[in-house]
Design a protein around this ligand. Structure first.
Ligand SMILES: Nc1ncnc2c1ncn2[C@@H]1O[C@H](COP(=O)(O)OP(=O)(O)OP(=O)(O)O)[C@@H](O)[C@H]1O
Length: 363
């Protein structure tokens, strides 16, 4: 079976613009083999974009000669200049967009300041809630540290590649793409900045999303470099920040809000997850953590508070069984909560002016 080493070996025979092997010249920034598919990223000087494009085709040909490889996706990533300093007050930062995603009306990030607050569960149910409003919806699981779409939607297998595009998997009417479909589950992933950009670029620009009203992006938790890179590179229409009521999570949520503000992405609002406990036996409500913190935080930060989702056994069980609650019990009380949140998000997206269409910026 083909592996990264055999692909890299084949790449050694490809000469770069200066005649040296592209491997020796350091142009290969990532190689990933998944079954019979190879993903190769080339990183080079944007001033040589034309030469690199010719090279991309040559690399594709070379990779396909490796026994066991049936298709190759080769992408070009511009060498990133150091992150620009904060823009002058009142001026939006320059946005580097790595892919043209013109058929997607709104791209919405779902983010959290820290892990484990239910960001993925919220993303999945929010996406289903938007679909329930009649929208065509995609879900991009960009959580490179712990992709959860395979578990949440009970999806296994790899996306088919047709031409040079990956076909998203489908579940409950959503088009779904996850980094978890591309890499083995138990392979530890170490992500450097350019690889994050590369992976995201592939999942956005090299997936046949088709026409979508909304693409919900389940972001990696936290507010570090990877998250900032993503927020900068995706032409986001807005961001939803998920938080739990504990103080620490709220401090992190504030950081999450600040991160999007830094890259001039409108915050659509904060959702408080695991806000209160609903007893499955008596239906009684208990505020396990001090309640209302996210609402107060949202008010203090001047961003909308979208609503509360209870800590509820049915939500956990359905999420972990691959049947998110909005899909498995669409008329139940939990689905009603998510649908209401989705209606608010839809309304905010529609009322807020649409961002300029993304441009491919090289350099
Ligand atoms: N409202 C809720 N009620 C009950 N369980 C929940 C709720 N929201 C999420 N969970 C459960 O909490 C766990 C963590 O949720 P999830 O994976 O969505 O979090 P996350 O923030 O995406 O985590 P990570 O940072 O690890 O990606 C899961 O087992 C999920 O089923």
């Amino acid at each position: 079976m083909a592996d990264e080493a055999s692909v890299l070996k084949a790449l050694e025979s490809v000469a770069g613009p200066d005649g040296k092997s592209i491997v020796a010249a350091g142009l290969v920034s990532g190689v990933n083999v998944s079954g019979a598919k190879a993903f190769v990223s080339l990183t080079g000087d944007p001033a040589r974009a034309k030469e690199l494009e010719v090279l991309r085709v040559a690399v594709e040909g070379a990779v396909k000669t490796v026994p066991g490889i049936e298709s190759a996706i080769v992408t070009l990533t511009a060498e990133r200049a150091p992150a620009p300093a904060a823009p002058p007050p009142g001026q939006a930062p320059q946005r580097k967009t790595i892919a043209a995603i013109e058929k997607i009306k709104y791209i919405v990030a779902v983010s959290s300041g820290k892990g484990g607050v239910g960001k993925s569960t919220t993303s999945a149910n929010l996406a289903l809630g938007l679909a329930a409003q009649g929208w065509r919806v995609g879900l991009l699981d960009a959580d490179i540290y712990g992709p959860s779409a395979p578990r949440l939607f009970g999806l296994k297998g790899q996306p088919e590649v047709v031409g040079n595009k990956m076909i998203p998997l489908e579940a409950y009417g959503l088009k779904i793409m996850s980094i978890g479909f591309l890499v083995e589950e138990d392979v530890p992933m170490v992500w450097r900045g350019p690889m994050v950009a590369q992976a995201l670029g592939q999942m956005l620009g090299e997936v046949a999303w088709g026409e979508l009203d909304a693409l919900v992006v389940d972001m990696p938790p936290g507010t570090g470099d990877a998250q900032l890179t993503m927020a900068q590179q995706v032409p986001l229409a807005g961001a939803v920040v998920v938080s739990t009521p504990q103080d620490l999570a709220l401090i992190d949520a504030r950081r999450g809000v600040a991160m999007f503000q830094k890259v001039s992405t409108p915050i659509l609002g904060i959702i408080e997850n695991m806000s209160y406990f609903l007893c499955p036996h008596c239906g009684g409500r208990t505020d396990i953590f001090s309640h209302g913190g996210a609402r107060q935080d949202a008010e203090a930060l001047g961003v909308p508070f979208l609503g509360e989702v209870p800590l509820d056994l049915a939500i956990r069980q359905t999420s972990d069984a691959g049947t998110p609650v909005v899909a498995s019990a669409p008329d139940g009380p939990h689905a009603a909560i998510y649908k209401e949140l989705a209606a608010k998000v839809k309304n905010l997206l529609e009322t807020q002016s649409r961002r300029a269409p993304p441009k491919i910026v090289v350099g």
